[in-house]
Ligand binder design. Sequence first.
Ligand SMILES: NC(=O)C1=CN([C@@H]2O[C@H](COP(=O)(O)OP(=O)(O)OC[C@H]3O[C@@H](n4cnc5c(N)ncnc54)[C@H](OP(=O)(O)O)[C@@H]3O)[C@@H](O)[C@H]2O)[C@@H](O)CC1
Ligand SMILES: Nc1ncnc2c1ncn2[C@@H]1O[C@H](COP(=O)(O)OP(=O)(O)O)[C@@H](O)[C@H]1O
Ligand SMILES: [K+]
Length: 505
Amino acid sequence: MKLLTAAQIREADAFTVQEQNISSLDLMERAAKAFTGWFENKFQPSEEAFIFCGPGNNGGDGLAVARLLHERKYKVQVFIVGDTAKASEDFKANMERLPDEVQPQKIEEEKDIPELPLIACVIDALFGTGLSRPLTGLYEELVEQLNSSGACITSIDMPSGLYTDSQTPEGSTIIQADNTVSFQLPKQAFFLPQHEEYVGEWHVVPIGLSEQFISGVDTDMFFTTRRDVQHLLKRRRKFSHKGNYGHALMLCGGYGKMGAAVLAARACLRSGVGLLTIQVPSAGYTVLQTAVPEAMTLTDPNRKHLSDLPEDIDKYDVIGMGPGIGTAPPTKTAIGQLLATSSHPLVIDADAINIIASSDRLKEQLPKNKVIFTPHPKEFERLVGKAKNDYERLQRLREFCQEHQCCVTLKGSHTAVGTPSGKVYFNTTGNSGMATGGTGDVLTGIITALVGQQYDLEEACILGVYVHGLAGDLALRTVGEIGMTASDLIDHLPKAFMCLQQPMS
Ligand SMILES: NC(=O)C1=CN([C@@H]2O[C@H](COP(=O)(O)OP(=O)(O)OC[C@H]3O[C@@H](n4cnc5c(N)ncnc54)[C@H](OP(=O)(O)O)[C@@H]3O)[C@@H](O)[C@H]2O)[C@@H](O)CC1
Ligand SMILES: Nc1ncnc2c1ncn2[C@@H]1O[C@H](COP(=O)(O)OP(=O)(O)O)[C@@H](O)[C@H]1O
Ligand SMILES: [K+]
């Protein structure tokens, strides 16, 4: 699904109004109804709502929500900040529509800011996608007071003060919402870790924006939904055999880190690969043969670390490498040799990334349209340098993928998949139970298996990252967040693939 910029959202609103022959006030009413529906599911009428409205259409939403909540027997108090003489037409119309029982109070100076009860329910309708500069003056003061009030804050469309699709200037004051209820589509800002404390949990409510507009609009930012990945899944043919699903080679493991090889290998086998050969330092032979009997095990001449490549390397369909391998000089040499000679698709993780990051020569040798990198943010920083903020990091992601014609899964809560054409796909599955050692090794195994089965690099990343997070979400139901381990993800992979095979209701 596409992510739109603030400007594109404005165009989508205007297009929808034309296409559906409705007024912008009707669209605002839809938005307010959608928000109210979400709110009713979350909060009881016994909880008094304090609604803070700015001068634009976001404030207009707030006024309409106040009326709808009042009709549904919620107690509401409405506060208006800003010059209402200059307010939008739809804001004014919604002021008119307010019932007599709901009389808004104006906040014109600091002393007008109300003192909230200890447990208050705040609706933030100050600014949405129309924010054009950082908050100052009374707005800033109000937001600071709301943030420190301990109230449960729900933002309409955007946390006020946060830019929708670009870096908010440093030091700006921004609402720290517990929940953000966004219209039709999530906003780009929601996917960036630096915004966690402002956005809180985000939710999307439909408001019937034009499908035609959204499908035609040009964007290079996407978020992945089940609908997007489900159709990617390849069917297994009745008369197929193991030779049809790829033979993967994995170069993983090291002394004290043989578990990384076990996890990657088991995840690879649970992701549909036909055959798996894994090469480990010789100390790992018994471990691998015992823990992963389905895999064929080759041993490196070195006992403790990778130092050599298998002789018949050409026979494999994909090579996954990195988990647990360390950065010893012979390992660096072996990785260099692989990059220089291999014509395989390569899935490069962990220390294999660190090795390449440390050498400009190796970076130059990267074969085009053959490589997937799966870094966590620190590994990514080693590869491309330090970024000032998340937007700069995303820009580096796109540039790196374009320059090297490769894919990168920049891992995190919403893993961002960068592609050779400069597109970015944010993942939407997964949970913080996955923030535990070894889960990245599992992802390497999954993506290696998918590339082995002839998914193209971009598809393998998008699908692999999605199914990895889905396995985490399924594990959450049985083991919870705290007790979750990387092995739990592997155990839930079959169920995750089965979920994707089921038609959507
Ligand atoms: N369009 C539609 O049909 C629909 C829109 N919808 C809703 O509208 C929201 C977008 O509304 P919007 O475009 O009116 O922008 P909004 O976020 O209210 O702020 C703009 C106002 O604030 C002002 N302003 C900006 N920055 C400022 C600052 N730092 N400090 C002070 N003032 C500042 C700016 O005036 P300026 O001073 O810049 O001229 C302007 O007055 C969207 O998020 C959704 O909630 C839904 O109802 C669905 C239908
Ligand atoms: N808070 C989170 N929410 C969702 N996914 C997460 C979260 N934290 C970590 N993950 C996922 O877990 C994996 C961790 O990978 P990585 O840091 O490489 O771990 P390791 O090196 O221990 O295997 C990544 O796929 C990441 O997206
Ligand atoms: K808001």
